[in-house]
Write a protein that binds this ligand. Structure first.
Ligand SMILES: Cc1ncc(C[n+]2csc(CCOP(=O)(O)OP(=O)(O)O)c2C)c(N)n1
Length: 736
C-alpha cells in the first residue's frame, strides 16, 4: 500500500529544495496584514508542528503505541485563525485543528503543546485534557473545551456559549467566566455542515441575531471538499450559507496563510464589534485519508489525490517565507526536520508515561469534582414578600404539584442569581402546564428565556450557559421530544467531565414533563412512558417525584447537587400528577401539599427514599404515578383484605438508592414492584435484578409494568398501564 504520509513529506522536502513552490494567492504585504517576520515564522512553526505531529502519530500507531489517528494535515492554516483571536475567545474545535491549539498556546506562557498532544495520542493518564480517555484537542487554560467525535454536536453549545456572553454582560453576575467583549469560535468540516444538528444551531444563531440579540459567534467551515469518501458538491457550502439572515458570510483561501490571517482578522473585528454571527468559509484540502486505515485510493483517483497534495498549505507558507526573504529554503527545511526529530524524542518519553489501568481510574471523572461552595443561601424576606405578593397568602393552603414546583423555582431563582430557565413557551405563557407561570414577569426575559422550537438548541443553550458559570434549568416540553435532542445530553453534557478529567463541567437540571396517565390530552407523544434512554447514562442523576412536596424538596436538592457537585440532572415531572388534588375520592384533597417554605424545610437528599406504612406482609416499590396508584391500592388492601403493607417511593431513579431500598424492605415477606414504564428497559429490570441478588430465599417477588406498547388516544390511553385494581390483584396473588 502506498504511504501518502511519506509522499506528502517527501514532496515538501523536494519542492522546497527545488524552489518548486505554489503561486502565492494573496498579494497583501505583511505590513498590511499587521504581521512581522517573527509572527510569520511563528505561524509556520505551528503549522510544521501540527504536520509533524500527524507523522509522529502514524509512527506511534505502527508501533502499537498510538491510537485513533485523525490528522490535521491540509488544515494547518487554522493556526492563522487562532492568531487573529484572543486566548479567552472560547473555541469549540473541529478534530483537525491541532494547528489552532498549538498557535493559541503561544498566547500563554509555559505551554507545552507537543508534549500534551503526544500524551493524548498515546492515551496516557498524564494527558492534561482527557487523562487518557480519548484523543481530543482541548485545554482549560487555553479556553478550548474538548469535543466528542460526534460531528456537529458541538455547534449548539457554541451558540449557547455565545449567547451567554451577552447575557452575562447584561446581568454582570459574579460567576461569569468569559470577558464581555469575548467571542466564540466553532469549527467543523464541510460534510458536517449538512448535519441537522449543525443546521439547527446555525439557524438558532441566525434567528437570535435577526432579532438583534448579541450572538458573537464565528462558525468556521473547514471545507476540504470531502467527508470520509463523500464529496461535497462544488460550490455547495457557499450556496448554502452565504445568504442566511443575520449571518454574515466571509470566505478565504485556507491554503494561503496571509489570506486566511487577513480574513480572520476582519472577521474578528466584525464579530467583536457588531456581536453578530459570522460564517467563515475556509477552503482547504485534506491530505492523506480520513483517519487511521482509510485508504483514499479506494474512492479518489490518483489524479485527485495528487492534485490535493500539490495544494499543501505548508508549501504555500514556505513560498511566502522565501519570497519575502524571511527564511531561506534551508532554514525552512531545518525547522521542518528539527521539529520532526524533536517530536520523535518527545514521543519516546511520552510512551513511557502511565496509562489508565483500573476501572476506578477510568471512571474517576465520570462524576465531576465536588466544589467547596456552600450553596445554601437565605433570600431576603422582604424581597421574597414583594416577589410573591398575593401568593404568600396562597402558600398557607395545600396545593397541587404544578403550583408547588412553580413556587420552588421562584424561590430558587431568588436565592441563586445564576439560575436561568429556558425552553419552549416557558416565558409569559408559563409553559404548557403553568409550571413556569409568573416567572417571566417576576424575573424578566434575561432569566426566563423563551427559546425557539428546537430541543437540540435548548440543551445546547444550557451547556453553553454552564460554560459561562450560569446554572441552567432547561425545560423539555414533553419526554417524547427529548429524543431528537438526546445526544446533547447523552453524548455532550454527560460526557464533558469524563473527557476533560473533571476540568470542564456543565451542571444543569433538565426539567422534563413526562410519563403516562394524562386524562383528556394524550396520545403517545404526550404520554411517553419510557425512561430507558436516560437510565444507562453514566453519572447522570434522574429524579422523579411522586407528589408536590417531594418535588419541591427534591428540586432544591438538585440545585444543591448542581451548584456544589456540578452534576447533570434530569428532573422528570409526572404530567398526570401536576394538577392532581385527590387520592381516594373526589374532593379529598389528599394529593395536595403545603409548600415547604425555605429556608426551614430540609431538602430530600439524593438517595433518600419515601416510606409509607410499616407493614410486614407486603412491600410495594414504586415511583411517580405508580406510587400514587399504589397508595390507592394500599387502602383497599389494608381495609378490605387486612394486608399489612409498606410503600416505598424510590424517588431517585439513578443512581438507584440500592441500600435504602434494601433497608426498607427488611423483614417483608412479599415484594411487589409497580413500574408505570414499558416493561423493556424499565426501572423494574434494575429493581428485579437488585432484589433477586439480595433478598432472602423464600421472599416472593413480582413486578407489574406497562406493556411494551405506545400509548393510544382517548379511553384506551391507560389500558396498557398498571392501575389500582391490577396492583390490588397482584398484591393478593403474592400474599395469598
Ligand atoms: C453524527 C456522526 N455521524 C457520523 C460520524 C462518522 N464520521 C466521522 S468524521 C465524518 C466525516 C466528516 O467530514 P467533514 O465534516 O467534511 O470533516 P473532515 O473529516 O473532512 O475534516 C464522519 C461521517 C460521526 N463522527 N458523527
Amino acid at each position: 500500500m502506498i504511504d501518502r504520509t511519506q509522499i506528502v513529506h517527501q514532496n515538501f522536502i523536494d519542492r522546497v529544495t527545488h524552489a518548486d513552490l505554489p503561486h502565492i494567492y494573496s498579494n497583501i504585504s505583511l505590513e498590511e496584514n499587521n504581521l512581522n517576520s517573527c509572527n510569520l515564522i511563528e505561524l509556520f512553526e505551528s503549522q510544521v508542528l501540527s504536520r509533524q505531529l500527524d507523522r509522529t502519530a502514524k509512527k506511534l500507531q505502527a508501533q502499537g503505541e498510538g491510537f485513533y489517528t485523525i490528522g490535521s494535515s491540509g488544515h494547518e492554516n487554522m493556526a492563522a485563525v487562532a492568531a487573529a483571536f484572543r486566548l479567552t475567545d472560547m473555541a469549540f474545535l473541529h478534530y483537525r485543528d491541532a494547528a489552532f491549539q498549538i498557535q493559541r498556546s503561544k498566547q500563554l506562557p509555559g505551554q507545552t503543546p507537543a508534549w500534551d498532544m503526544l500524551l493524548g495520542f498515546t492515551a496516557s493518564a498524564d494527558d492534561p485534557i482527557s487523562g487518557g480517555r480519548h484523543k481530543v484537542l482541548g485545554s482549560l487554560p487555553l479556553f478550548i473545551p474538548p469535543q466528542t467525535s460526534t460531528i456537529a454536536s458541538h455547534l449548539p453549545k457554541s451558540v449557547g456559549t455565545a449567547y451567554s456572553i451577552g447575557l452575562a454582560k447584561r446581568r454582570n453576575p459574579k460567576h461569569k467566566v468569559l470577558p464581555d467583549d469575548s467571542v466564540v469560535l466553532c469549527s467543523f468540516g464541510d460534510a458536517s455542515a449538512n448535519h441537522s444538528t449543525a443546521l439547527g444551531a446555525i439557524n438558532t444563531a441566525s434567528w437570535t441575531s435577526y432579532q438583534n440579540v448579541p450572538m458573537p459567534l464565528v462558525f468556521i467551515c473547514e471545507d476540504n471538499g470531502i467527508g470520509i469518501s463523500t464529496r461535497t458538491p462544488e460550490g455547495w457550502i457557499e450556496a448554502a450559507f452565504s445568504a442566511r439572515p443575520g449571518l454574515k458570510y466571509f470566505s478565504c483561501n485556507g491554503l494561503d496563510v496571509l489570506d486566511t490571517y487577513q480574513t480572520a482578522r476582519e472577521v474578528a473585528r466584525y464579530v467583536r464589534k457588531t456581536r453578530k454571527p459570522v460564517f467563515l468559509h475556509l477552503r482547504c484540502v485534506r491530505l492523506y485519508g480520513h483517519a487511521g486505515a482509510d485508504t483514499p485510493s479506494a474512492y479518489l483517483s490518483r489524479q485527485e489525490i495528487e492534485t490535493a497534495e500539490r495544494k499543501d498549505p505548508l508549501l504555500h507558507t514556505a513560498a511566502v517565507l522565501i519570497e519575502t526573504d524571511i527564511l531561506s529554503s534551508t532554514q525552512i527545511l531545518d525547522i521542518y526536520h528539527e521539529t520532526g526529530e524533536r517530536l520523535s524524542r518527545i514521543a519516546a518519553e511520552a510512551i513511557k508515561r502511565p496509562k489508565l489501568t483500573t476501572p476506578e481510574q477510568v471512571m474517576a471523572s465520570l462524576i465531576p469534582p465536588a466544589l467547596t461552595t456552600n450553596s445554601r443561601i437565605k433570600s431576603d424576606p422582604e424581597q421574597r414578600q414583594t416577589l410573591f405578593g398575593r401568593d404568600i397568602g396562597e402558600m398557607k393552603k395545600p396545593q397541587h404539584m404544578a403550583r408547588l414546583i412553580s413556587w420552588a423555582l421562584a424561590d430558587l431563582m431568588l436565592e441563586h442569581e445564576q439560575i436561568i430557565l429556558a425552553g419552549e413557551d416557558v416565558g409569559p405563557k408559563g409553559g404548557v402546564y403553568n409550571v413556569t407561570s409568573k416567572l417571566h414577569s417576576r424575573f424578566g426575559a434575561n432569566r426566563v428565556i423563551n427559546t425557539l422550537l428546537d430541543e437540540q438548541s435548548i440543551l445546547g443553550l444550557a451547556i453553553g450557559l454552564a460554560h459561562n458559570g450560569f446554572l441552567p434549568i432547561p425545560e423539555i416540553q414533553f419526554l417524547a421530544y427529548l429524543h431528537n435532542a438526546e445526544d446533547q445530553l447523552r453524548g455532550e453534557a454527560a460526557t464533558l467531565s469524563f473527557f476533560s478529567g473533571g476540568q470542564y463541567t456543565n451542571p444543569m437540571i433538565i426539567r422534563i414533563a413526562g410519563l403516562g396517565y394524562q386524562k383528556g390530552f394524550g396520545g403517545h407523544f404526550h404520554n411517553d412512558n419510557s425512561l430507558a434512554v436516560l437510565r444507562d447514562i453514566p453519572g447522570l442523576i434522574i429524579a422523579c417525584p411522586g407528589n408536590g412536596e417531594d418535588a419541591v424538596k427534591m428540586l432544591r436538592e438538585c440545585v444543591r447537587l448542581a451548584l456544589e457537585e456540578q452534576r447533570v440532572i434530569v428532573f422528570i415531572e409526572p404530567i398526570a400528577l401536576y394538577m392532581t388534588r385527590d387520592l381516594h375520592s373526589s374532593g379529598d384533597g389528599l394529593w395536595t401539599f403545603d409548600y415547604p417554605v425555605p429556608p426551614n424545610s430540609a431538602p430530600i437528599s439524593l438517595g433518600e427514599i419515601g416510606l409509607y406504612g410499616d407493614g410486614k406482609e407486603l412491600a410495594i416499590i414504586s415511583y411517580a404515578n405508580g406510587y400514587y396508584l399504589s397508595r390507592q391500592a394500599e387502602k383497599i388492601l389494608s381495609t378490605k383484605h387486612a394486608i399489612q403493607i409498606r410503600l416505598i417511593d424510590i424517588r431517585w431513579l439513578a443512581p438507584l438508592p440500592e441500600k435504602a431500598i434494601l433497608n426498607a424492605i427488611q423483614g417483608c415477606e412479599n415484594l411487589l414492584i409497580v413500574d408505570e414504564c414499558r416493561r423493556t428497559g424499565s426501572q423494574s429490570e434494575a429493581l428485579m435484578s437488585l432484589l433477586h441478588d439480595k433478598i432472602n430465599p423464600g421472599t416472593r417477588l413480582l413486578r407489574i409494568t406497562a406493556e411494551d406498547s405506545f400509548i393510544p388516544l382517548g379511553k384506551a390511553a391507560t389500558v396498557t398501564l398498571p392501575d389500582r385494581d391490577n396492583i390490588v390483584q397482584a398484591a393478593l396473588e403474592l400474599t395469598r
